[in-house]
Write a protein that binds this ligand. Structure first.
Ligand code: 13P
Ligand code: SF4
Length: 368
């Protein structure tokens, strides 16, 4: 396949697994052999090969979230990581085009932080139950009801919601962001929306009063304390590692809690013999590739939104330069201020953990 002879590029289903593709992708096949079924490789390899050549031609960078399937994460992702890392990289990307291998709010965040770039998402329907739980109008009502309290908004929200907020956070920096904004406002109360469980888990890490919203991640809300206790009984030698979008009683039953970036870093640093990641299904595959000495037990829930992103759609996205993310400039300017406030507070280094031994504290819902 030539990509520079002005011939129309073949569609995804016309790509074939030939000797050249095999040779060029063998090294990647080796990397993911344990987590990608052998029979699937001939289907993935032509797409991987074509994407990697096309992204060089388009001067594009692929940002891949930790929940992408292992063939995306390991074989075409240029920058990989949690929501905070992807936002930081989007703000500084040198390429002309950003392809977001993740969900819509992540692509919108990239566009807000790099407005001069072309930002593509391979599937416009890749949403998020948290982003769908709240609107800009909801935040305006909260502001009117609680004018004295700062509003911290999780990045898993629309640009319009970010635009109505004082600062954003991710699960990597939620506690320091909440404490910093409380100090800036001289307030003992912070409104943290829309994830009720993240807010409750933050409440257990700080003396501040936290008010929240009834939004949930449809992946993490499903895990239960009983499930963790059963896993503990069946695998007493395993480290149980959770995400703070899980209910607080799930965190209390675990050994560690943190963002997807913190979960990966914990495994890389502690080299547990056996680990159980209480989160989205692809995470264990991707952490396993980087940590071959750890055995993973895989209870997990799939995120249907993340799973909309496939190699074929990434290829078609680059081939047709679609689907382009646009954010109206008045919304983008205000949303950018909330994101930039967060980035200004967030350095590099290992993302902090949630202390799972701290007692639960309430976070009441705002009443609007
Ligand atoms: P982080 O990668 O920031 O931990 O977020 C997890 C998540 O659910 C993103 O959709
Ligand atoms: Fe949203 Fe949860 Fe899916 Fe992340 S895992 S995109 S928070 S629904």
């Amino acid at each position: 396949m030539s990509l520079s002879n002005n011939q129309p590029l073949p569609s995804a289903d016309a790509l074939v697994y030939d000797e050249g593709v095999r040779e060029r992708t063998d090294i990647l096949h080796e990397r993911v052999r344990d987590v990608v079924p052998e029979a699937e490789w001939p289907l993935h390899a032509p797409l991987i090969d074509a994407i990697n050549r096309l992204k060089a031609e388009r001067n594009a960078v692929i940002l891949a979230h930790n929940y992408m399937t292992p063939e995306i994460f390991n074989c075409v992702g240029d920058i990989t990581g949690d929501s905070l890392r992807l936002a930081q990289v989007a703000a500084e990307a040198e390429q002309d085009v950003i392809v977001q291998a993740g969900v819509h709010f992540m692509a919108e965040t990239a566009k807000i932080l790099s407005p001069e770039k072309t930002v593509l998402i391979p599937d416009l329907e890749a949403g998020c139950s948290l982003a769908a739980s709240i609107t800009g109008e909801d935040v305006r009502r909260i502001r009117a009801a609680y004018p004295d309290y700062p509003i911290v908004t999780y990045v898993n929200t629309s640009a319009e919601v970010k635009a109505e907020s004082d600062i954003c956070c991710t699960s990597s920096n939620a506690v320091p962001v909440v404490e910093a904004i409380a100090r800036q406002w001289g307030s003992d109360t912070v409104i943290m929306i829309p994830d009720e469980y993240l807010a409750k888990n933050v409440a257990s890490q700080t003396e501040l009063r936290i008010l929240t919203w009834k939004g949930d991640c449809e992946v993490h809300e499903k895990f239960t304390r009983a499930e963790i206790e059963q896993l503990r009984a069946e695998h007493p030698d395993a480290m149980i590692i959770t995400h703070p979008e899980c209910p607080p009683e799930v965190l209390r039953a675990a050994d560690f809690a943190g963002s997807t970036g913190a979960m990966s870093a914990f495994v890389a640093e502690h080299h547990p013999k056996k680990a159980i990641l209480i989160t989205e299904c692809s995470m264990s595959d991707n952490v396993a590739v980087a940590n071959p000495g750890t055995r993973f037990i895989r209870p997990c829930n799939l995120c249907p939104h993340m799973k909309r992103i496939t190699l074929a759609k990434i290829y078609e996205s680059l081939r047709g330069m679609r689907f382009e993310i646009e954010v109206p400039s008045d919304v983008a300017v205000r949303a950018r201020a909330s994101l930039q406030a967060m980035l200004d507070l967030s350095g590099g280094g290992r993302p902090p953990a949630f202390d799972t031994s701290k007692p639960e504290r309430r976070a009441d819902y705002v009443s609007v």
